[in-house]
Design a protein around this ligand. Structure first.
Ligand SMILES: Nc1ncnc2c1ncn2[C@@H]1O[C@H](COP(=O)(O)OP(=O)(O)OP(=O)(O)O)[C@@H](O)[C@H]1O
Length: 314
């Protein structure tokens, strides 16, 4: 696998009054799954379309292996993409769609069988695409993206429409493809979809970069020094620990998250008050929690200057 990267450098794209992407920069390294996260309308698809030469940037660059899409000599061999899984002719059989793609790009016919095998679509590919479920269309779209065995993959919301088994499957596939050395950018508006999949995250909001971080660093920062405590005597434990200066939050029916006291001190206090507990240990934040914290900070960060502007205007 060549060491092709995805690079977005100072990208800006406007549609009329909407600034869809605003001075966005990030890099996706080979061998990693990078999650591209942001709410609906954040600018994810526009960025991916710019990388694929479908939207021309107003400013900045969107590069695959150091070159803009239109300068790639054999695009299908250099980048695979899943943008809109619904874009399939209903009368066409899945296998014929891939055969046509392979043929028109000078790829050997055996690649069709290989990618169908890879996405578990061998038998379904004999049927007409009009009868496919969204999950089957997603699989066929991924098969098409893999046809040229490209070192770079761009997948826009690939989990959309998949059942839990399909989600598990795509997680495994993406991890496997990254382990082969590919650079993978996968978008989602739900952070939880990227749990156990992404190594790195690029978070955007309103076209701007909010975070560009390793998942492990983000989770460590969000977990902090908090302690997770399981007890049936939730109220008593809360009162006791709060009296000792901790901030205590309820995270589940029998689980508390304690901030401000070390684990040893918590255990001492509970024992001294005869409060039984079944588990105590370091709190591990979920990706969803980390995301909420990130976006909350981003909102606080952006609200300060506008408040200042308001004062100046008065
Ligand atoms: N062709 C277009 N013409 C006009 N506005 C557009 C066009 N494409 C995107 N936009 C606008 O640009 C902004 C960013 O859209 P984009 O589709 O890139 O976001 P997204 O993060 O991919 O959202 P979603 O998760 O809903 O797909 C939105 O306000 C959208 O309405």
């Amino acid at each position: 696998m060549s060491d092709a990267t995805i690079e977005v450098l100072g990208l800006r794209k406007r549609f009329g009054r909407t600034l869809a992407v605003d001075d966005l920069s990030f890099t996706v390294e080979p061998g990693t799954v990078t999650g591209f996260v942001g709410p609906n309308g954040a600018g994810k698809s526009t960025t991916m379309r710019a990388l694929l030469g479908l939207d021309a940037p107003d400013e900045g660059e969107a590069l695959i292996g150091g070159r803009p899409y239109h300068a790639l000599r054999t695009p299908l061999l250099e980048v695979g993409a899943l943008l809109d899984a619904a874009a399939l002719h209903p009368a066409r059989r899945g296998r014929d769609h891939l055969r046509w793609l392979a043929h028109s790009h000078g790829l050997p016919g055996r690649r069709v069988n290989e990618v169908l095998d890879q996405v578990g679509m061998e038998s379904a590919a004999r049927r007409r695409a009009g009868g496919y479920s969204l999950g089957m269309r997603q699989r066929l779209g991924i098969a098409a993206a893999l046809l040229g065995d490209p070192p770079v993959l761009l997948l826009d919301e690939p989990v959309n429409g998949l059942d839990p088994e399909g989600i598990q499957w795509i997680r495994g596939l993406l991890r496997h493809l990254a382990a082969e050395g590919r650079a993978i950018l996968v978008s989602s508006h739900l952070m939880s979809e990227l749990e156990d999949t992404a190594d790195h995250l690029v978070v955007i909001g309103r076209g701007r970069l909010i975070a560009d971080t390793a998942v492990a660093d983000l989770l460590a920062a969000a977990s902090g020094d908090r302690v997770r405590l399981r007890t049936d005597a939730r109220t008593q434990a809360m009162e006791l620990l709060a009296r000792e200066g901790a901030t205590v939050a309820v995270s589940d029916r029998d689980t508390l998250t304690v901030d401000g006291l070390p684990t040893r001190r918590i255990v001492e206090l509970l024992n001294a008050s005869d409060i039984a507990f079944t588990e105590v240990g370091a709190h591990r934040a979920t990706l969803e929690e980390a995301y909420m914290e990130l976006t909350r900070n981003a909102v606080e960060f952006t609200s300060t200057p506008s408040a200042d502007n308001g004062e100046v205007a008065q």
